[in-house]
Ligand binder design. Sequence first.
Ligand code: 4NP
Length: 175
Amino acid sequence: MNNIESIEAISRLNGKEKARVLFVCLGNICRSPAADGIMHAIIEEHNDDARWEIDSAGTGGYHVGDLPDSRMRIHARRRGLELNHICRQVRIADFDDFDLIIPMDASNESNLRRIAPTTEHETKIIPMAKFINMSLRYDYIPDPYYEGAEGFELVLDLLQNGCANLYDIVSKVIK
Ligand code: 4NP
């Protein structure tokens, strides 16, 4: 987390009534639905529903229509989070429908940059790692799909930190 308020897409939210945030990973069954569920929980804790619109999507379409991966659902449930997102693929309209588009890793980011309709739309893309405390020493959210339990726990730790920071930063700039 470094000078994040100066990022164009964040400063554009200044005074807006709502922040619309889309989390993006490859499959939309592990990392991004977890970020989506964590962010919804933080917003609910703050009784702040009216100012946020949160969704998630995958750059790939392999799991469209599925619930999140059962391993991710189990690990999330242990932290009090029920993940019920139905997997969908990123669509071009997302670049208009959301203010911040947040990829989990460099591959998700380059896929998004490739399909962004204009450079203006491209400025909405901010990697999730930008919101994570520097002390955690992660510059991406590692794909847990082929990992064991520790991989899922690590993703949830990183996302809980990043989403809390995202909430604090953005909730200060919107109306
Ligand atoms: P995600 O994890 O991008 O965090 O949802 C993955 C899920 C599925 C696959 C890859 C990554 N897959 O290859 O099916």
